[in-house]
Design a protein around this ligand. Structure first.
Ligand SMILES: [Fe+2]
Ligand SMILES: [Fe+2]
Length: 172
């Protein structure tokens, strides 16, 4: 059974995923302006993934007969003091998104909406990966203490990240 409460929460989550894409696009722009193209590539791929998350929720709302309501996107932060600050913000944003998805999953259980609860399992797993990815890079940045040669090495590593659409999206 779907409820208005769950639909409202899903619409809010759709907005949060779209904002995530916006948030990471601002980070891509920052790194591009610093000539750290590998870091910029990392956030370009991240943005595409966030748009996939938004698409999955968009499609799901429609599938269950709900109405997608697009809300306002606030301006993301555009200036950062260092790459470390960027990844600190990215990690705390992902933690916020994880708790937001957990809240919907809990509400879905309370409302006995097992279909939505099941739909959210993919997102719960995805969030664990997203947090791990951001945390790993943040730890590396702290380890190299933003030493220029270390930064360039990490930039090269991040330039290899490629976008692959999630299999769940290909199935639809
Ligand atoms: Fe996401
Ligand atoms: Fe994310």
């Amino acid at each position: 059974m779907r409820s208005e409460k769950i639909l409202e929460m899903l619409n809010e989550q759709l907005n949060r995923e779209l904002f995530s894409a916006y948030f990471y696009t601002a980070m891509e722009a920052y790194f591009a302006s610093q000539n750290l193209d590998g870091f910029a590539n990392f956030f370009m791929v991240q943005t595409k993934e966030e748009l996939d998350h938004a698409r999955l929720i968009f499609d799901y709302i429609n599938k269950i007969g709900g109405r997608v309501i697009l809300k306002e996107l606030k301006q993301p932060k555009i200036d950062y003091s260092s790459p470390t600050e960027v990844f600190e913000l990215a990690l705390s944003h992902e933690r916020f998104i994880t708790s937001s998805i957990h809240e919907i999953a809990k509400a879905a259980l309370e409302e006995k909406d097992l279909t939505t609860h099941n739909f959210l399992q993919w997102f719960i797993n995805e969030q664990a990966e997203e947090e791990e990815t951001m945390d790993k890079i943040l730890r590396k940045l702290k380890f190299i203490k933003e030493d220029p040669s270390g930064l360039l090495f990490l930039d090269k590593e991040l330039s290899t990240r490629v976008y692959t659409p999630p299999s769940i999206l290909q199935e639809n």
